[in-house]
Each structure stands twice: as structure tokens, then as C-alpha cells.
Write a protein that binds this ligand. Sequence first.
Ligand code: ZN
Ligand code: MN
Length: 498
Amino acid sequence: MSLAIDGCVVEPIIGLEVHLQLATRTKMFCGCALEFAAPPNSRVCPVCLGLPGALPVVNSHAVELAVRTGLAMHCRIARVTRWDRKSYYYPDLPKNYQISQYDQPICGPGHFELPFGGHIRKIRIRRAHLEEDAGKNIHPGDGITAVDLNRAGAPLLEIVTEPDLRSADEAKEFAEQLRRLAAYLGVSEANMMKGQMRFEPNINLRIRKAEAVFVTPIVEVKNLNSFRSLHGAIEYEVQRQFDEWRETGRTTAVGNKSNRGWDDVGMRTLPQREKEEADQYRYFPDPDLPVVKLDPAWVEHLAEELPEMPIPRTERFTCEYKLPVRDAPALVDDRATADLLDHAAEAGADKATLGKHFLGCWSKLANERGVTVAGLGLPPTAFGELAELAHRGVVSATAAAQIAGEIVRCWEAERRTAKPEALAETMGLVQNRDEGQILEWVEQALAANSKAIADSRENPKKAAAICGFLAGQVMKLSAGRADPKRTRELIAQRLESV
Ligand code: ZN
Ligand code: MN
């Protein structure tokens, strides 16, 4: 997506590094618990404190979560992956190096299909590797800086894209869809408030002026921890780099990459230390850790276990269940509820009716109880049978909602034999299709609303509205039991004949 600024065509070139904290119980290389907001330095041991002689051990669950994420992004999974030390000298990293992966990452090239602006954009993934997180510096005041090492050693998956993103909006959409994917796979809580997902965009511009093309120096914005800051940093950089290019004419060259930080209050980026090149990190294989060999059969098994991903599932749900595009994602994002909907449909119930019920009466009952629809604990047949009753016109939509409420109450009272069909009978909600009876109600409604009928004769434009009003009156008279379709037909006939 290119922008026109002052006679130039400006195309932002954006790549993203995403650090995702994996949802393991313990840290990457030791048995310390991963707990957010535990008392400072209460979840530490000789390994994550970097004490001499302590030996790291790979957390196999983290390896599994990394492979599952990689498979979901169509990445090539390594047969053999290994660990490297990346030199760092910061107080929050007591070993003076970070265990990371350099030239043999666990996940190789892949891609992510992103619906954006009416197209499917293929965002290439360069790689994804495992590493450990650093601790946190905290600033309690009085010029004191303290270090909390509870986070030191937390397992991170660093996902690196190719520079395939073309705008702040697209980068934000990608980040949001990646978060959705991680949550769906259960590989990460991806809770932004807990810093479990952090972004570092690489940004520069390709500027076309007349026949010439100029490429600005790459800037990496460090450590963004919200979608808003990711979006803001990119937008700010696009304008800033364009202005800088106009002023200085500086274009990309070896060694002129730079790092900037994000000022969340001022909504601007600020210069930071210059970016290290790989040789300054002094990567070398960690002698304390053996290589990890991944059994292809195990990887294959994980691939087979992958669920349908949220983006394709949302598309399928909007088509199959006729869900509004706006509402479908919310239903898909709770995987247990989405599975339940599929199971209910498998038994043969009408899908459009099921979709309506899931978004309507079932969601309402679930919300009232502070649970998800799946959290109501009902079997799939309950949903399917009710949808069929409504679809066949045995009960009205209003009656279906009443029955749904009763089913939930029955289950809560441990009366688990409650069946929608039986409840419709006992609650007197089976729709009345007795022509004579409906006609009687219609006549009553007409008699009580003679003024409305006179109106409809004078103003044919109002006829539809009056027909609807009278149908409502019939519903009231019949306590919701009159078949609505037949009711409207009879009303229309009567109004014409008057
Ligand atoms: Zn530890
Ligand atoms: Mn990293």
C-alpha cells in the first residue's frame, strides 16, 4: 500500500519481530514456576540466577509449543536444532549472555495468510526460534534501580517475518491475528497486559520521485507492548523518515540501521543506542546444552492434531452458519464453543438456526451466568434439538428462547433428562397451526384495532407496518403460540378483503 506525499510515492517496508511468551508451567531451562506478579525474586534458582556451575535443562513442553506454532504458520520444522549464547551485558541478565538460537532455529521459513483490505496477503515468516527472557529492572524511586529475576529464563518464541507488511494498519492486523492464533493453539496466553507478546518492527521507506527510487535507512523500534504502540510507532516512523530523507537525502547503507524507542505519552519514537551487528553479540554454541533432535513422526503427529485455524474457521462459520461478519470472530475465538456448534450441527440440525441461537438466546444465558456457551455444560444434542424445533416451525423464536432458558435451569437443578421437545409441550409453547383458532385470534385483533385498519386503507404505504403490528397483537393473544407465518398470511388476506 503506497501513499502519495508531496509528489512522491511512498511505500513503507515493514518486517516484524514478535516475542511470544510460551504457556509452559516452568521456565525454559530450569524448574522455576512461571508466575506473573509473584513477589520479586521468589521464582529463581541457581540456573536462572546464572550462578557458576549450574546447568540448564531444556523444557520439552516449550519445544512442543514452538513446533505447534511453527506448523500453524506452515514453517519448515528443523530435524536438529541447537542453542547458542548471545552476549549481553545488562543487570537483568545475570549470566551476561542469553541462551537463544542463531543459525539452526527450531522453525524455518513459512508463511501466514492474512485477509487484509479485501485480499489474502501472504506474509512470509523467515524463522521462529526459542530463547529465554531477561528479568525486569524496576525503579522504586529515590534514584534506585532494583532487579527482579522472576521473568529471567521465561520461554520465548521469537517469530521473525520477512519485510512483507506495507502499512501500520496491516502490521497491526497481522499482530492481532497472530495473537488470535497463539491463543487458539493454546501455545501462549498472549496477554499484552502481562507483557507476554512484544513487538519490534523494522521500518523503512521506498520513495519514488519522478523516475528515481530512494530507500531510507532501516529503523528498528524496540520493545512495543501493545497493538496501539505498534501502530503508532509505524505511522510516526513513516512520516519521520520521509521528512528526514527530504532534509538530508540519506538512504540505506551498510551500518546505518538504527534503533529507536517508543514514547507512549508523546506518541513518538526516540533514538537509542545503535543496533549491534551479529558479530558484536559473539554468538557461539552453548556447550552446556546438547542439540535437540526432533523425531519426524512426532512432528507429523503434532501436525495432524492441529485444529482448524481461526481465520479459515471464521470464514467457514460466516458461510455455513450464516453468521454476521461482525459477530463470527467472537464465536470462533472461544474454541470450546465453536467446537460445540460444529458438534451440534453434525447431528443434522439446521445450521442457520443454530447460528442464530448461539449468538442469541444461548449467548444471553451464558452471559447472565458469566460463562461461555460451552461453559453452560449442555450436551450438543440439546442445541441441535431446539434448533430443529424452531426450524420446523414447531415453536416460535421467542418460545425457543424460553425453552433454552428452561433447559439451562433444569440442568442446573440436576434434572438432566430435560428434552426441548418435551419442554415445548409441558410449557404449552407448541405453535398453534389450527387455522380456525388462528383466524379467531386474528378477528379479535382486528376488532380491537379498527382505527389501524382504516389507516391502512387510506395509506397503502403503511400496510406492511400495520400488518406487523396486528401480527404482534395476535402473538399476545395467543401467548406466542400462533404460527407467525400463517398469522401474517391470514392478516394480509383479511386486510385486502375489508
Ligand atoms: Zn530457575
Ligand atoms: Mn529475541
